[in-house]
Design a binder for this molecule. Structure first.
Ligand code: LMR
Length: 398
C-alpha cells in the first residue's frame, strides 16, 4: 500500500526542536521555535492560567462542545480583537468559531475560501511563517507572493508592498500578519497600515489577518490590534485568526478563534453554519480544556487584569533580551550593524544570517534556529545571551 512513499522533509521550524532535543551538549540553546521561556530557559504557565485551572478542576464536565466551540470563549475572543464596544459585535455581524489555535483558524478559513471562492488565490508576504505555505497549498489554493521585507535595511519594503497590492487582480485575498510579523519582526507603522487599508478599498481586496501575537508585540493587546481596528474603521469585511498559544502560553492546548466579518446578521449566521459544516468532518468539534481556561481568564475582571500584567512581563523580557543581544554584539567589536535587533518587534529577530552561518552556529556551538536566520528571542536569557552573542560574532565576522 505504501511502498512508494518516501519520508517527508522535516518541518523547518518544529524539525529544529527535534534536532535540539537529540543534542547532548550542556551548552545547547534553542532559539528555533517561537515559544516563550523564562529567564531560566523554562516554559511558563501563567499565574492567571493556574488560577483558572484551579477553578475549573472538578467543576466542569467533559461533554462535547458544539461544532463551533465554546460560545463564551468565542465572545471573549471577539471582544479582545474587535474591542469591548465594537459595533460589529453589537450588530451580530461577526461569524466566529473556536479554532485549533492559529493554525487551525487559518486552515479552516483556507478551506472556507476554497469552497466558496474555488478559483481564488492567496497572496502571502515574502517571507512568511513557513506553515502558511502548507496551509493554503493543502487547502488546494494557488499561492502568490507579495513583497514585504527589505533585506538591505532589514525593514519593510513599503513601496514594493504597495506595488504588489496595486498590481494584484481586483478582489484578491491577502494574508496579513496583524502584528509582530513572523519571521521578520517588521511591522508597518500605523500610517502605513492606513495606506494599505485604503489601497485595499480601491482594489476591493479581502484582508485575512493572522493575529498570533496580540499582546506580545507591545505588551498591550489593544495596541497590537491596531491594524485590525484600522481595517474595521475603513469598513472592510475582514477575516481573522486568533491564537492563545503565545499570549496566554497555551501552546499545546490548541485554542484560538476564527472570525469573519459579514454584511449583516443574516449573512453571519450563514457563514458560521458553513464554517461548522467544514469543521465537522475535519475534527468534529474543538477541545474543551483550553477554551475553558481562556473564557475563565478573560471573563473575570481580576484574572484578566493579571493576564494583562503577565503578557507585559513576557513582552518586556523579550524586549530586554533584544537590547542585551545587540549590546553584546557591539561590545564584541562586530563591524556589522545590529540595530535591527532592537528595531524589530515581537518574538523574533530576523538576523540576516545566511543558512550557512546558521549551520555553523548549530554544528560548532549547538545553537539551534531556523535556517532563514530567524532567532526566537524568547529562547534567550541572561544565562545564555553572552554565549549566543559570541557565537554569532564568530560566524559573522569574516
Ligand atoms: C513558530 O513560528 O515558531 C511558531 O509559530 C510555532 C510553529 O508552530 O511554527
Amino acid at each position: 500500500w505504501w511502498r512508494s512513499i518516501e519520508p517527508a522533509p522535516k518541518d523547518p521550524i518544529l524539525g529544529v526542536t527535534e534536532a535540539f532535543l537529540m543534542d547532548q551538549s550542556p551548552n545547547k540553546v534553542n532559539v528555533g521555535v517561537g515559544a516563550y521561556r523564562d529567564d531560566n530557559g523554562k516554559p511558563v504557565v501563567l499565574d492567571c492560567v493556574r488560577e483558572a485551572e484551579r477553578r475549573i478542576a472538578g467543576n466542569q464536565n467533559m461533554e462535547y462542545l458544539p461544532i463551533g466551540g465554546s460560545i463564551k470563549m468565542v465572545e471573549e475572543s471577539l471582544k479582545l480583537a474587535y474591542g469591548e464596544n465594537s459595533e460589529f459585535i453589537k450588530d451580530k455581524r461577526i461569524a466566529a468559531v473556536q479554532a485549533l489555535s492559529g493554525t487551525g483558524a487559518c486552515r479552516l478559513f483556507a478551506a472556507f475560501q476554497q469552497r466558496f471562492h474555488p478559483d481564488s488565490q492567496i497572496y502571502i508576504p515574502n517571507p512568511t511563517w513557513a506553515n502558511h505555505h502548507n496551509i493554503w497549498r493543502d487547502a488546494g489554493l494557488p499561492i502568490r507572493i507579495y513583497q514585504y521585507y527589505h533585506p538591505e535595511s532589514r525593514g519593510l519594503d513599503f513601496a514594493a508592498l504597495m506595488d504588489d497590492i496595486k498590481n494584484a487582480p481586483n478582489g484578491s485575498f491577502f494574508l496579513l500578519h496583524a502584528c509582530a510579523h513572523n519571521p521578520t519582526g517588521v511591522d508597518p507603522t500605523e500610517e502605513q497600515w492606513r495606506e494599505i487599508s485604503s489601497q485595499f478599498k480601491v482594489k476591493g481586496h479581502f484582508a485575512f489577518f493572522d493575529m498570533a501575537y496580540q499582546g506580545f508585540a507591545s505588551g498591550n493587546p489593544e495596541r497590537d490590534a491596531k491594524a485590525v481596528r484600522i481595517f474595521l474603521e475603513d469598513g472592510h469585511l475582514i477575516g481573522l485568526a486568533q491564537s492563545y498559544a503565545k499570549n496566554m502560553g497555551l501552546y499545546g492546548q490548541r485554542v484560538g478563534c476564527l472570525s469573519v466579518v459579514c454584511e449583516d446578521e443574516k449573512q453571519a449566521i450563514a457563514v458560521k453554519s458553513r464554517l461548522q459544516q467544514l469543521a465537522r468532518p475535519m475534527y468534529s468539534n474543538p477541545p474543551v480544556h483550553g477554551a475553558l481556561i481562556v473564557s475563565t481568564v478573560l471573563g473575570d475582571t481580576q484574572l484578566k487584569k493579571l493576564w494583562l500584567q503577565e503578557v507585559k512581563v513576557m513582552a518586556d523580557r523579550i524586549i530586554g533580551m533584544r537590547s542585551e543581544l545587540r549590546e553584546k554584539l557591539e561590545k564584541l567589536g562586530s563591524r556589522l550593524s545590529w540595530k535591527h535587533i532592537t528595531n524589530q518587534i515581537g518574538m523574533f529577530c530576523y538576523s540576516g544570517m545566511s543558512p550557512e552561518q546558521v549551520d555553523r552556529l548549530t554544528k560548532e556551538f549547538h545553537i539551534y534556529m531556523t535556517r532563514n536566520g530567524r532567532i526566537s528571542m524568547a529562547g534567550l536569557n541572561t544565562g545564555n545571551v553572552g554565549y549566543v552573542a559570541e557565537a554569532i560574532h564568530e560566524v559573522t565576522k569574516s
